[in-house]
Design a protein around this ligand. Structure first.
Ligand code: C2E
Ligand code: CA
Ligand code: CA
Ligand code: CA
Length: 277
């Protein structure tokens, strides 16, 4: 009897063992990739609906893995977020994005670059210094930077979040609320934060042209945001019909596959040059 009951346990333990060994291997490889420059940033442009100009880019992390191929952030950012790797990983992202901004500026390309922050980054007392040191090192001003934080990131510890974001804002960087509409925070709360923009989540954006309820949500979000003096960015715009609907609703900026997919820095320079012709 006792013997029989133990069998499933052993199978389970072996599975768990395998799973945690996999995770440990990935963790070790990720820590090396962070240390040895094995990560890379892709950049996705954002376009003003007013005049069609490219107003900035968002830096999106990729891990070109020798065996697993080009890994999207969903496959390794959570692992970093649940460990102390998030700190050196974000420090690398900040340094790489700012170095790229400096390189673009030398080419005469003036862009604002957005960087994604995780909850743990805001709890890290060293974040501000990391940003300041990288700006100083590459001779870039904070006005070229924007930081994107999700509602849930802010809710982890609203008090510390407000304190940290205020300091980043005081440097001159802009702040935006990412994936807006997926959390439960009210705009009244968000407005107490030094935030300049809202990014409406793709789940609303992708239905805006053919789902009246989604169009109503987007419309009221835009109205409210504008009343608070915030810029509205729609993320994940894939279809011209959605872009047109967003323009009609007064949305300020779009980002998504319709305009361009995230791409390496050199490809983005070429893409910008081709647009100018
Ligand atoms: P996010 O910040 O919401 O970024 C937008 C995601 O949507 C990106 O996925 C982007 O490639 C994708 N996307 C853009 N336009 C479209 C579109 O038209 N259609 C569809 N279906 N998708 C679109 P990606 O690059 O896989 O990044 C996923 C998430 O990983 C990001 O979501 C962000 O939360 C996180 N992430 C990316 N880079 C970093 C980073 O440097 N640090 C941290 N902490 N998180 C990051
Ligand atoms: Ca983002
Ligand atoms: Ca987003
Ligand atoms: Ca997201």
């Amino acid at each position: 009897d006792a013997k029989q009951r133990r069998v499933p346990h052993r199978v389970y333990d072996a599975d768990l063992d395998h799973h945690s060994r996999e995770r440990l291997a990935l963790y070790t490889e990720l820590s090396h990739a962070i240390r040895d420059g094995g990560l890379t940033l892709y950049y996705q442009p954002k376009q003003s609906l007013r005049d069609g100009r490219i107003v900035g880019v968002e830096a999106l992390l990729r891990w070109p893995h020798p065996q697993r191929g080009l890994m999207p952030p969903g496959a390794f950012v959570p692992l970093a977020e649940n460990s102390e790797l998030i700190r050196p990983m974000t420090a690398w992202v900040i340094g790489a994005a700012i170095r790229q901004l400096a390189a673009w500026q030398r080419e005469g390309i003036v862009l604002c670059c957005a960087i994604n922050l995780s909850a743990r980054n805001l709890l890290d007392p060293g974040l501000l210094e990391t940003i300041e040191a990288a700006l100083l090192r590459y001779g870039v001003t904070a006005e070229s930077l924007e930081f994107e934080v999700t509602e849930s990131t802010l809710m982890e510890d609203p008090h510390i979040a407000l304190e940290r974001l205020s300091r980043i804002h005081a440097l001159g960087a802009r702040l935006s609320i990412d994936d807006y509409g997926t959390g439960y925070s009210s705009l009244a709360y968000l407005k107490r934060l030094p935030v300049q923009a809202l990014k409406i989540d793709r789940t609303f954006v992708s239905q805006v042209a053919n789902s009246p309820p989604d169009a109503i949500i987007v419309r009221s979000t835009i109205t409210l945001a504008h009343n608070f003096g915030l810029t509205v960015i729609a993320e994940g715009v894939e279809h011209a019909a959605d872009r047109d609907a967003l323009a009609a609703l007064g949305c300020d900026v779009i980002q998504g596959y319709l305009l361009a997919r995230p791409m390496p820095a050199a490809a983005l320079s070429e893409w910008l040059a081709l647009r100018e012709e």
